[in-house]
Design a protein around this ligand. Structure first.
Ligand code: SF4
Length: 637
């Protein structure tokens, strides 16, 4: 059966309540595949340089890939893209659940919001019917309350919701968009962009079917993937504990970012680990995003006491950010913090980063001990962390400063406080110590979002499991580089992971399957694309589409901020690890500079500035495929 490779896009202008349908031809698929690639093109073409992230010109783009809605394993991701209020730069964030599948079944590939509504609204997309409704009653409600209200109001079955909580309404710079209650499009404040537009929720119901070109061939390849999952170490860990499985390993290898990255190991770290959550029955059964056989998504519950409650998660990053990073090993406090972040729609990594920065400012005398009234601002106090999360979401007291994120908070506080803001380009670093992971350090520096793990997660550099070692051998032709601290081969590893991540996002599947566990290989992707979409492209041809997306996102950033630098947080560049077997390691300027030059050479960027050249944009066919790109490139020195 022939598959439509064109794109149907709903453009919704919230300033004047207008809905317009736009169609793009299949040449966009050939250029950038869809999903994240499609959104990168729409973002570059559809708004002026310098648009205010919280103003009417900034677009908020929900996009899905062409595999979403098919039975391809893990094909259920929504990519949300906009200009970030935290970084002032390109931002994409993925979320799971079933929202993307509903959108595809409703017949849409993307929804683009522009403008600012005068009053709170929510939008329903019921197959091809798009309507804007008053959301006055919803404003001020948590994500959980909003979901319950929509469930009552929309009655009928089959609605999937993307919502914001109070953090988005209050323009917290790290507010999330939440889908299906517990799935977060986190990090750079896309929830605040949604809040600035006075858009409380987007509810979708789709009753159509997503056809596939060759169901028999697709079934054959899916069975091969499922068989591989059964034999993959990393997949079993995801199934059993989700990403919380990683806590003990990171702590025991002395690379846990304890007390805002000052130390590397937390005593009794197993108390915040996935196995402890499971053993003590805090962890409840898991669930899966649509079409996912892994089901890494967990639920947790504290049954009694001051931290009583239940929610989705927690992920490794949350256990590290709200736990070890703040010196907290009381898992019940961390679970309550996780629940609050989900309910308010707030990113746990940045929220933990902001609280950690405050605690260190007080520890070192940059802020007074009474900066948060009577709260005890010493490390390890779970009740303080929980209280501060309320304050941040409501911008109450010092929470108003923390809600800006650590870069702005440090700029306003002055002195040496920038040193304890573990951020670069306005984004708080993921809870990964890049001083002992050199591919990670390069990947974080060149990430257009800032220093985090969701543009390229070069897990293979550690060689922890057979699939990782096999991949390193394939990329570098040798296996011996499988340690975090060696420099050789790291630019090549980062390049492959960036391209693969972008391709994965563009198809609408989950990166856990491809660039984290390495269950789904490039060849397997090519076979599934062929069977599902009837498109014959080799793995390398697909990977090149991922690379185009990476380059285009970089161009967006350079158009916004020509002097943007690929950099890492001050602490990781200037303070060596202080303790344990990895003491002394640091990301020096010289080391990072060397890695960047090798990476720029591989990419075909200008070696001094890291800018894509006009020749590269022409060779990748981006210059003619993305409106305005060549004009912009001509302005480059
Ligand atoms: S691996 Fe986890 S996050 Fe990814 S699709 Fe499956 S359940 Fe969702």
């Amino acid at each position: 059966m022939p598959i439509d490779l064109g794109f149907k896009i709903a453009r919704i202008d919230l300033s004047n309540c207008q809905v317009r349908v736009e169609r793009l031809e299949a040449d966009t698929f050939d250029l950038l595949i869809g999903g994240r690639g499609l959104a990168a093109k729409l973002l570059f073409e559809g708004q002026p340089a310098g648009a205010d992230p919280l103003g009417p010109d900034n677009q908020l783009i929900f996009a899905t890939g062409k595999l979403v809605g098919t039975p391809v394993p893990t094909a259920g991701q929504t990519t949300i893209t906009s200009k970030s209020p935290a970084t002032g730069l390109y931002f994409k964030s993925n979320t799971g659940g079933a929202w993307a599948k509903a959108l595809r079944r409703a017949g849409w590939d993307a929804v683009v919001f522009t403008g600012v509504s005068e009053r709170p609204v929510y939008v329903t997309i019921d197959d091809d019917q798009v309507e804007i409704h008053d959301a006055g009653e919803l404003w001020g409600k948590t994500v959980r309350e909003t979901e319950a209200w929509l469930h009552r109001e929309l009655r009928g079955q089959g609605w999937d919701n993307a919502t914001i909580g109070q953090a988005g309404e209050n323009l917290v710079n790290f507010a999330c968009v939440m889908t299906n209650l517990f799935h977060a499009a986190g990090r750079g404040g896309l929830g605040a962009v949604m809040g600035s537009k006075k858009l409380k929720a987007v509810s979708v119901r789709g009753t159509g079917k997503t056809p596939v070109a060759d169901p028999t061939a697709l079934r054959r390849e899916i069975e091969a993937v499922l068989a591989k999952i059964d034999g993959t170490v990393k997949a079993k860990l995801y199934v059993d504990y989700g990403t919380s499985a990683t806590v003990e390993y990171v702590n025991e290898s002395w690379s846990m970012p304890v007390n805002n990255f000052q130390k590397s190991h937390i005593e009794d770290g197993h108390l915040i680990s996935g196995s402890y959550l499971d053993e003590k029955r805090y962890m409840r059964k898991g669930s899966a995003c649509s079409a996912c056989p892994l089901g890494c998504h967990k639920y947790s519950e504290v049954r009694q006491g001051v931290f009583r409650g239940k929610s989705g998660g927690p992920e490794y990053e949350t256990l590290a950010a709200l736990g070890a990073s703040l010196g907290i090993n009381d898992v019940e406090a961390v679970l309550r913090g996780n629940e609050l972040c989900n309910d308010y729609g707030m990113d746990t990594i940045s929220a933990g980063g902001a609280v950690g920065w405050l605690l260190e400012c007080v520890e070192r005398g940059a802020l007074p001990p009474g900066a948060a009234g009577d709260l005890d601002l010493s490390w390890g106090n779970g009740e303080t962390m929980v209280e501060l999360l309320h304050w941040i979401a409501h911008r109450q007291g010092i929470g108003d400063l923390l809600a800006e994120g650590t870069r702005i908070a440090a700029e306003r506080t002055g002195g040496d406080s920038y040193q304890w803001a573990v951020q670069a380009n306005g984004l708080e670093q993921s809870r990964v110590d890049t001083r002992v992971a050199k591919a990670y350090s390069l990947a974080f520096a060149v990430n257009p979002r800032g220093p985090d793990h969701l543009h390229a997660q070069p897990m293979a550099e550690f060689g922890h499991f057979p699939e990782a070692r096999e991949l390193v051998k394939r990329i570098l032709g040798r296996e011996e580089e499988c340690t975090g601290t060696t420099l050789k081969g790291k630019p090549e590893l980062v390049r492959w992971h960036e391209d693969m991540f972008a391709l994965t996002d563009s198809l609408g599947i989950c990166s856990f399957a491809t660039t984290s566990s390495y269950i789904v290989s490039l060849e397997s992707l090519a076979l599934m694309v062929s069977a599902a979409l009837g498109v014959e492209m080799s793995g390398e041809e697909l990977l090149e589409r991922g690379r185009r997306c990476v380059v285009l996102e970089r161009c967006f950033n350079l158009r916004e901020k020509p002097n943007r630098k690929d950099e890492l947080p001050w602490r990781l560049m200037n303070e060596p690890i202080s303790e344990g077997p990895l003491a002394g390691h640091v990301n020096s300027a010289q080391e990072l500079g060397g890695l960047l030059r090798q990476y720029y050479r591989l990419q075909g960027y200008d070696l001094e500035t890291g800018r894509p050249t006009r020749e590269l944009l022409g060779r990748l066919e981006l210059a003619e495929g993305v409106k305005g790109l060549d004009d912009w490139a001509q302005t480059l020195p």
